[in-house]
Design a protein around this ligand. Structure first.
Ligand SMILES: [Zn+2]
Length: 190
């Protein structure tokens, strides 16, 4: 897709953006400073590539496991957040105070999701980032649960729920990816 095509798609998708109160942080100063990729439930047309950052090469398919398998693999809180779209209590996650350099990977399938280079202290109690490590690695969909309209972020590879993204983040993107520690594991850079 060319830059101009992508730009047009982004603009059309902005119609999906709706401001709302945020359960994930109180920095609700709403503005649309940066274009966003937001798609209605059902997929993100034109975005099908996963960018892998591990040593095993590119994966060609999604990671699909049964509910029982996820329960066995994950801790109770990780299962609740990642597989049941839960939210951990603020200031309880391991990743919040990680300040070392490294990658935040999906707790379910190990896909690289965020880099410490884009982490910032949002003051919300949840680990926050101003962009994903690769836009192809996450999916953003409109989330109308809890009587609010928000943009939920999930792992492209395994559909794990990660958190939500808001428009009140710092430069250069103006975005705040409000993530759950329980949905990720931190891997320090060697
Ligand atoms: Zn995943």
């Amino acid at each position: 897709m060319s830059d101009s095509q992508e730009h047009r798609q982004r603009l059309s998708r902005r119609a999906f953006l709706v401001t709302s109160a945020s359960a994930c942080g109180a920095l609700a100063v709403w503005s649309f400073r940066a274009p966003r990729m937001v798609a209605a439930a059902g997929g993100t047309p034109g975005m099908v590539t996963i960018v892998q950052f591990n040593a095993s090469g590119k994966s060609t398919g999604k990671v699909v496991k049964s509910d029982a398998e996820w329960r066995k693999q994950l801790s109770a809180i990780s299962y609740q957040v990642a597989r049941q779209a839960g939210t951990e209590r603020p200031y309880t996650g391991d990743s919040l105070n990680v300040h070392e350099r490294g990658l935040f990977r999906c707790v379910c399938c190990d896909t690289a999701l965020f880099s410490s280079d884009t982490k910032f202290d949002s003051g919300t109690g949840w680990p926050s980032f101003w962009q994903p490590i690769a836009r192809e690695n996450v999916v953003e969909i409109t989330d109308r649960s809890l009587g609010m309209e928000r943009t939920a972020v999930s792992c492209k590879q395994c559909d794990a729920h990660l958190g939500h993204v808001f428009d009140d983040g710092p430069r250069p993107t103006g975005l705040r990816y409000c993530m759950n520690s329980a949905a990720m594991r931190f891997v320090k850079l060697a």
